[in-house]
Design a protein around this ligand. Structure first.
Ligand SMILES: *[C@@H]1O[C@H](CO)[C@@H](O)[C@H](O)[C@H]1NC(C)=O
Ligand SMILES: *[C@@H]1O[C@H](CO)[C@@H](O)[C@H](O)[C@H]1NC(C)=O
Ligand SMILES: *[C@@H]1O[C@H](CO)[C@@H](O)[C@H](O)[C@H]1NC(C)=O
Ligand SMILES: *[C@@H]1O[C@H](CO)[C@@H](O)[C@H](O)[C@H]1NC(C)=O
Ligand SMILES: *[C@@H]1O[C@H](CO)[C@@H](O)[C@H](O)[C@H]1NC(C)=O
Ligand SMILES: *[C@@H]1O[C@H](CO)[C@@H](O)[C@H](O)[C@H]1NC(C)=O
Ligand SMILES: *[C@@H]1O[C@H](CO)[C@@H](O)[C@H](O)[C@H]1NC(C)=O
Length: 390
């Protein structure tokens, strides 16, 4: 079918599901001291078209699940929803076999205008400003998959449903929960949410979750990780490099002993991230070409500001390959407390993305900077060419 495309000139045909190769049974991990090539498949095929990229993206998603994030299950066998009379609480019941779980999200609608409204789904209370014409949906992700310490492994509603042995890390569990929230909103038109104009956000640990959710859930139109650091917008290899240069940055080695944001299988890479067949520039690549604006804190070393800057600079190359460079933004400003969004300085960057991806306004989203002049040496870290995907 693909061969006919250029003849017929039907780019819309890309929307048809295509069969992509599964992961090879045996994957030979090899050490890569630079950021891996998003545009070469495990079998060595060079990605040249958008159709090939869509299969490569599936392969990357499978690799992230296999080695770092655990398996993202499919939808549950049944889903029931119930909206409270005041419209501000949506109850969701997911059933799998004989197990059921129920949780609620809080919805705050704009007080002006008429729905359906675009919405920001927030992991916990949102710590970014949300304009008055956009709804907010608050998800208690920490109840859904706990994140207190290593003892949180397998704890929370997600694991009540899928079993305590489910390989999904907390971040993957939250992404699954967001998928069900969107299912529920789609089936509940009286909730007045436009499910084609949804953003996801969270800060710090929840920012890691926001990026992973944007990567795994194609119905998210705009992904807004805030100060997410390692496990989020930072690259494992680059954070290791920062630590090796005596900057006290969170790394894979630290994170696997701190909490359950990654899967158990990720432990074997903790002291050897060069063996990972991907890095987080490719997690950003999985969000492409949908909207992505990374909000960072340029002087909080623990997050690895240089690592995130470099990682997202490399991630933007995937957007550029897709002809959508400005769909991804990076805004990093310092001199503020962790997760305290500097409203006076950073709001215009964020609002441009809301305008464009949630409010359908034709505005520029050329936002890509850090406030402390961090530089990223592409010739050192990016040893691949960026194709122009047709
Ligand atoms: C709306 O109803 C829910 C469920 O009955 C209740 O928990 C919540 O406090 C109510 N919210 C408002 C804003 O009245
Ligand atoms: C929803 O709001 C109620 C109070 O109205 C609160 O008790 C509950 O924790 C909130 N749930 C979430 C997910 O934030
Ligand atoms: C979880 O895994 C352990 C160890 O492999 C096994 O003993 C246990 O039966 C499993 N539990 C479930 C619910 O599958
Ligand atoms: C880091 O600190 C150690 C111990 O103080 C020192 O030996 C090493 O040279 C430092 N490395 C860099 C890259 O600055
Ligand atoms: C990583 O290496 C450190 C230092 O040798 C060690 O203490 C730690 O247990 C290792 N972590 C893992 C997950 O193997
Ligand atoms: C940082 O913030 C403080 C207090 O808000 C201000 O006095 C100071 O000038 C700021 N420093 C920079 C480098 O912006
Ligand atoms: C960044 O570079 C600009 C232009 O060279 C300079 O004016 C500014 O002071 C620099 N900022 C920092 C934090 O170094």
């Amino acid at each position: 079918m693909r061969f006919l495309l250029p003849l017929l000139g039907l780019s819309v045909v890309y929307a048809f599901p295509q069969r992509c190769p599964l992961l090879p049974r045996d994957i030979a991990l090899r050490s890569e001291t630079t950021l891996p090539d998003p545009f070469t498949t495990l079998r060595g095929q060079h990605v040249r078209s958008k159709a090939q990229w869509s299969c490569r993206a599936q392969e990357l998603s499978a690799l992230f699940q296999k080695y770092e994030l655990g398996t993202l299950p499919g939808p549950p066998s049944s889903l029931k929803t119930s909206l409270s009379i005041n419209g501000s609480s949506l109850m969701i019941t997911s059933t799998k076999g004989s197990e059921s779980i129920t949780y609620s999200v809080n919805i705050t609608l704009p007080t002006v205008g008429k729905g359906p409204f675009p919405a920001v789904i927030a992991f916990g209370a949102p710590s970014i400003p949300i304009p008055p014409n956009i709804a907010t949906v608050v998800f208690d992700n920490s109840e859904f998959a706990q994140q207190d310490s290593l003892a949180s492994r397998g704890k929370g509603l997600f694991y009540d449903l899928h079993g305590t042995n489910a390989t999904a890390s907390a971040l993957t569990a939250w992404a699954w929960g967001v998928g069900r929230i969107i299912d529920a909103l789609e089936r509940t038109p009286q909730a007045l949410i436009n499910t084609r104009r949804l953003a996801i956000t969270g800060c710090s640990r929840n920012g890691k979750g926001a990026l992973v959710t944007g990567a795994f859930e194609p119905r998210i139109a705009l992904t807004i990780p805030q100060e997410s650091g390692s496990g989020g917008a930072a690259c494992w290899r680059l954070s290791d490099y920062q630590l090796a240069h005596n900057e006290s940055t969170q790394t894979a080695s630290e994170i696997v002993d701190e909490n359950v944001w990654e899967s158990v299988d990720f432990r074997k890479f903790a002291n050897n991230t060069d063996l990972l067949p991907f890095d987080h520039h490719e997690l950003a690549g999985l969000v492409a070409p949908r909207g992505l604006v990374v909000i960072d804190n340029s002087d909080y070393l623990w997050l690895g500001p240089w690592s995130s800057w470099g990682c997202m600079s490399a991630g933007r190359l995937v957007y550029e390959a897709l002809g959508a460079g400005s769909n991804m933004g990076y805004s990093s400003i310092g001199n503020h407390t962790h997760c305290q969004f500097p409203v006076d300085r950073q709001t215009p960057d964020l609002y441009a993305f809301y305008d464009r991806f949630l409010l359908d306004k034709h505005v520029e989203t050329d936002v890509f900077y850090n406030s402390v002049n961090l530089t990223f040496d592409y010739s050192r870290w990016v040893r691949w060419r960026v194709p122009r995907l047709y």
